[in-house]
Design a protein around this ligand. Structure first.
Ligand code: PHE
Length: 339
């Protein structure tokens, strides 16, 4: 037996392989369950007691050398790949953590998607605006309270330049360059001089809609908004319009949807009314058409504007507005699945 082991040891020391496959075949030949060395170990039982120690040591040495030699051969094939400038191209890559979309982006895209399917195209305008586009062209009287220092951020050296307080300014920018039919939605960030709290922020996001053509009616507006509410919050969603006031629309309304958290039964979120407000809307005031170069005797239109934060809160029940701008990964990563 000792001879046999010695013989095999010499054989193992001289092993050669031309490819990784050949090296693997050698491992199978010597070291697998049915391999030669395993067979020797199985024969160990029949070795006389006084020889057991010596034979045991020899077999172990043979096994270790065979493992070493075969690993050496295998490694030599692996390293031929890695000789490229010392970079190990065979190493497993680090997992790259994928980013997630911001919840407000997810919801804004969903709103855009719904209105795109209804034939609305996209329009954008600047966040730093002039008084004309934000207020005057939108039929705000000179002494309208919305121009007040309380609400609007002014650029100190240029009293005429402000941060837009609503995306209605983009309506004016579109009408400047385009005659009806006009059918646009305008997403964007707006600014208001408010104390920051869980319920208010000095900036937030809106999506504005504007539709101008001949024979546009309030019914068209209502139908489009009902469809939007159902697409956004589910088929069972109901809407209600309450009379309201905006300088740029007449008549004006605020739209509520049946509370999608309690299904309209009444809960803390809807202050037990079953309804939550989501947007302002109305028929474009003829003054606005005239101010922006569109003939009000020929054309009519409707407009609406909604807060993206508000819709997002309703969809995902985010209780504190500040979460949206704190860049807390624990919050942002909750929206991975919604991508
Ligand atoms: N601009 C209004 C606001 O910011 C919303 C609105 C847009 C209302 C268009 C009516 C029509 O509150």
């Amino acid at each position: 037996m000792l001879d046999k082991i010695k013989h095999m040891l010499a054989e193992v020391e001289a092993l050669q392989a031309a490819t990784a496959e050949e090296a693997e075949a050698l491992r199978v030949k010597y070291l697998s369950k049915k391999g030669d060395i395993t067979a020797l170990m199985n024969d160990f039982r029949s070795v006389p007691a006084d020889m057991k120690k010596q034979v045991g040591i020899a077999i172990n040495e043979l096994k270790n050398r065979a493992t070493e030699r075969i690993n050496e051969l295998k490694a030599s094939f692996a390293t031929t790949d890695t000789d490229t400038d010392g970079i190990d191209i065979t190493r497993t890559a680090y997992p790259i953590p994928l980013g997630t979309r911001h919840p407000l982006t997810i919801v804004r895209n969903e709103i855009i998607d719904i209105f795109s399917r209804l034939g609305f195209s996209l329009a954008e305008g600047p966040e730093v605006e002039d008084d004309w586009h934000v207020f005057s062209s939108m039929n705000f009287a000179d002494d309208h309270p919305a121009r007040d220092m309380q609400d609007t951020f002014f650029v100190e050296s240029h009293p005429d330049i402000i941060l837009r307080t609503h995306t209605s300014s983009v309506q004016a920018r579109v009408m400047e360059h385009q005659q009806p039919p006009i059918r646009v939605i305008c997403p964007g960030r707006v600014y208001r001089n408010e104390a920051i709290s869980a319920r208010a922020h000095c900036f937030f996001h809106q999506v504005e809609g504007l539709y101008i053509d001949r024979d546009v009616s309030f019914t068209d507006l209502k139908q489009v908004l009902l469809l939007f509410a159902k697409e956004m919050f589910g088929e069972d969603t109901r809407i209600r319009l309450r009379p309201s006031y905006f300088p740029f629309t007449e008549p004006s309304a605020e739209m509520d949807i049946s509370c999608n958290i309690c299904g309209g039964k009444g809960c803390g979120f809807c202050k037990h009314t079953g309804w939550v407000e989501i947007l302002g809307c109305g028929m474009v005031d003829p003054n606005v058409l005239a101010l922006n170069g569109i003939d009000p005797t020929q054309y009519k239109g409707y407009a609406f504007g909604m807060g993206v934060e508000r819709i997002t809160n309703l969809k995902y029940q985010v209780k504190d507005l500040r979460m949206f701008s704190e860049n807390d990964l624990r919050f942002l990563q909750e929206f991975t699945a919604a991508n």
